[in-house]
Design a protein around this ligand. Structure first.
Ligand code: GDP
Length: 323
C-alpha cells in the first residue's frame, strides 16, 4: 500500500475498524477516510455507489458489520443475515466498479463448522454444519469470502479475507449479559472491587480454553496482510484455493487462568464463585495461524499487558461505553 494512497476503513468507529485506523496512522498512512453509519448507510446500494464514485478510494478495509453475542444473534437472525449481506455486497461491488486496488474483508473464526477439529485450519471452512445460533451471521460472512474470491477469479482483483478469533481491547462491549467473556468479567471485577464485594460470580466451570487477541495486534496483522499478502487467483495453481487467512496469537488459556489475571489486574482479592448452571460452551476454540506466522508476522501484546491497558481504558472511558 502506498503511504499516501486513499484508504477507506468501512466501520471505522467499531472495535476492529478503530484499531485499524490507529494502526494505519501509526505506520505513516496519511489519507484515511471513514463515514459514520448516520452519514452513510452501507445497506443502501445507491448511497454506497455514490460514496465510492465521489471518493475513489485506492484501498478498502471492510470492517462494517452487524455483530453481537449469542443472545443478539439468536434474537435478531434476519437482521444479522440481511444487513451483513447488503453491506458486504454493496461495498465489494462498488469497490470493483471504482477500481479499488486492494480490499480486505473481515470475517470471523466463528464461521467455522461447529465440529471442526482444533486448531482451526483455513481449509476446514465449509466442511460441516455451522453452529445454529449464529448461522445467519456465518452464512453472510461466508458469502462475503466467496464474493471476494469470485471477483478475484473472474476479474483478477486483489480482495483478501481474514478470520480473527476472540478479540478484546479498548472500546469493547462491556455489557454483563451480552458481552464476550473478557470484557464482561473485567467489568464484573472492577465493580466488585468498587463495591467492596467479597465474591465475583463467573459462569461455567472455568475449564474451557479460549484464545484471546488484542485488537491492536489484530489491526497490525490486517495492515501487514494488506502490505504483504496478495490474492493472485489468476496465477495460483488452484484458483479455488481458500484465500481467507486466520489471525490469532497461537496460544490459549483456560477461563480459570483468565480469571486469575483479571483478579490480579483489577486488584480483586475476594472469592470466585463458579456458576455451573451456566454453559461452558465449546471446550476449546483456537485457530491455526501458521499460515500468517509463516509470512513473518507475530503478535506483540502479551495477554496480561493487553488486559491491563484495556482495564485502564475502561476506567477512563466507561461512561462513554455505556451511552
Ligand atoms: P465463546 O468464546 O463464543 O464461547 O464466547 P464467550 O466470549 O462468551 O466465552 C464464553 C466462555 O467464558 C464460556 O466458557 C463461559 O462459561 C465463560 N464465562 C465465564 N464468565 C462469563 C461471563 O460473565 N460472560 C461470558 N460471556 N462468558 C463467561
Amino acid at each position: 500500500m502506498r503511504k499516501d494512497g486513499k484508504i477507506y476503513v468501512a466501520g471505522h468507529g467499531g472495535l476492529v475498524g478503530s484499531a485499524i485506523v490507529r494502526k494505519l496512522k501509526e505506520k505513516g498512512y496519511t489519507n484515511i477516510i471513514g463515514r459514520r453509519s448516520s452519514e452513510l448507510d452501507l445497506t443502501r446500494q445507491a448511497d454506497t455507489e455514490a460514496f465510492f464514485a465521489a471518493e475513489k478510494p485506492d484501498y478498502v478495509f471492510m470492517c462494517a458489520a452487524k455483530v453481537g453475542g449469542i443472545y443478539a444473534n439468536s434474537t435478531y437472525p434476519a437482521d444479522f443475515i440481511i444487513r451483513n449481506l447488503q453491506m458486504e455486497s454493496n461495498v465489494i461491488q462498488a469497490a470493483f466498479q471504482n477500481h479499488v486496488e486492494k480490499l480486505m474483508f473481515m470475517a470471523s473464526s466463528c464461521i467455522y463448522p461447529r465440529e471442526a477439529p482444533m486448531p482451526l485450519k483455513e481449509e476446514y471452512l465449509l466442511t460441516g454444519q455451522l453452529e445454529t445460533t449464529n448461522r445467519p451471521y456465518a452464512m453472510a460472512k461466508l458469502a462475503g469470502i466467496e464474493l471476494c474470491e469470485a471477483y478475484n477469479r473472474q476479474y483478477g482483483t486483489n480482495y483478501i479475507s481474514c478470520l480473527p478469533g476472540n478479540l478484546y481491547g479498548p472500546g469493547d462491549n462491556f455489557d454483563l449479559e451480552n458481552g464476550h467473556v473478557l470484557p464482561s468479567l473485567l467489568r464484573k471485577f472492577v465493580e466488585a472491587v468498587e463495591a467492596g464485594s467479597p465474591t465475583v460470580t463467573v459462569w461455567g466451570t472455568g475449564t474451557a480454553y479460549r484464545e484471546f487477541l488484542h485488537t491492536d495486534d489484530m489491526a497490525d496483522a490486517c495492515v501487514f496482510l494488506m502490505e504483504h499478502y496478495d490474492a493472485d487467483k489468476l496465477v495460483k495453481p488452484d484458483p479455488y484455493a481458500r484465500e481467507a487467512i486466520n489471525i490469532g496469537c497461537g496460544e490459549d488459556i483456560t477461563i480459570k487462568e483468565l480469571v486469575a489475571i483479571l483478579a490480579e489486574v483489577t486488584g480483586f482479592h475476594g472469592e470466585i464463585v463458579w456458576d455451573t448452571t451456566k454453559p461452558d460452551g465449546t471446550p476449546r476454540k483456537i485457530a491455526d495461524s501458521s499460515k500468517l506466522f509463516s509470512m513473518g508476522w507475530r503478535p506483540k501484546i502479551a495477554l496480561r499487558d493487553g488486559i491491563r491497558q484495556t482495564y485502564l481504558d475502561y476506567l477512563a472511558n466507561r461512561d462513554k461505553y455505556r451511552s
